[in-house]
Design a protein around this ligand. Structure first.
Ligand code: XBP
Ligand code: MG
Length: 265
């Protein structure tokens, strides 16, 4: 059996609930600044989340919803400019400190960092957004806890393709069976599997609760119990804990390899 050597984290929806009150709000501000009469409601944004990547999501919106686009505007240019403006709005929103990490995330990251467990990021979002989230929640310097940050356009195909996970593992010289991934969405599950990784913990959120998580090792509603209650196991292997720490992460990793219960301390 392969030993667990690294934890690979998705960002949006997994480390923090960034989509509804972060990315969505930033997109709407960018649309307004550009004089566009576009607005993404909470519900509409849930539908748009089927496409990962902000630029790709705007293109999908234009193609499928046919919103008013000023005459003579080059759509490719418009998307690039809107996305740049959106990134500025998003990082400003994070700077206001209104988007916290999800329960248990800081605890697990700190334990991993302090004990020398290798950690990395595998996300479709823009690199500046990752740095801003980590800096504004865990503090300046926390970005250095991560051996590799795989983000945004560094790979040609975003999730559900596995490219970003493959890119991260190549940089870290890791095999898929040495990794445990943390995701929150169906696109995340598909990306993790496409990269050949079997072990994964899903933490659901309001936008992803009803997704198909078939193939995930453990599906729970949060990493740790909080003021709202205990962890609920939604499907898969029961990590038998109220907080996913490194010991629980190792159990899930072992379970994914079909060796649940055989792991020695
Ligand atoms: C995250 C995304 C991203 C963000 C926006 O997906 O889909 O597109 O919504 O980021 P995942 P950018 O959590 O599966 O990585 O606008 O910076 O692309
Ligand atoms: Mg996500």
């Amino acid at each position: 059996m392969s030993e667990l050597k690294a934890l690979l984290f998705d960002v949006d929806g997994t480390l923090a609930n960034t989509e509804r009150d972060g990315h969505r709000v930033a997109f709407n501000r960018a649309f307004k600044d550009a004089g566009l009469h576009w607005h993404w409601s909470v519900e509409e944004y849930g539908w748009l989340l089927q496409v990962t990547g902000g630029k790709e999501r705007m293109r999908f919106f234009i193609e499928r919803r046919n919103p008013p686009v000023p005459a003579g505007v080059d759509v490719d240019r418009l998307i690039i400019d809107l996305h740049a403006a959106k990134t500025i709005h998003y990082t400003q929103l994070l700077g206001e400190g209104l988007i916290p990490l999800r329960p248990g995330v800081e605890q697990l990251l700190r334990e991993a960092h302090e004990s020398g467990m290798r950690i990395a990021i595998a996300t479709t979002t823009t690199p500046e957004n990752v740095t801003a989230l980590l800096g504004n929640t865990l503090g300046a310097g926390s970005v250095d806890w991560f051996e590799v940050i795989g983000a945004g356009d560094v790979v040609p195909h975003k999730k559900p393709a596995g490219d970003i996970y493959t890119w991260v593992m190549e940089k870290m010289q890791l095999a898929p069976e040495e990794c445990l991934a943390f995701e929150d969405s169906r696109n995340g599950v598909l990306a993790v599997h496409d990269a050949g990784i079997n072990a994964m913990i899903i933490t659901t959120n309001d936008y992803t609760r009803d997704h198909d998580f078939n193939g995930a090792t453990t599906v729970i509603d949060k990493l740790c119990s909080d003021g709202q209650g205990a962890i609920t196991l939604l499907s898969g292997y029961d990590p038998q804990t109220n907080c996913i720490d490194l010991a629980a992460a190792r159990r899930v990793h072992a379970a994914a390899q079909g060796l649940a219960g055989k792991l020695t301390a």
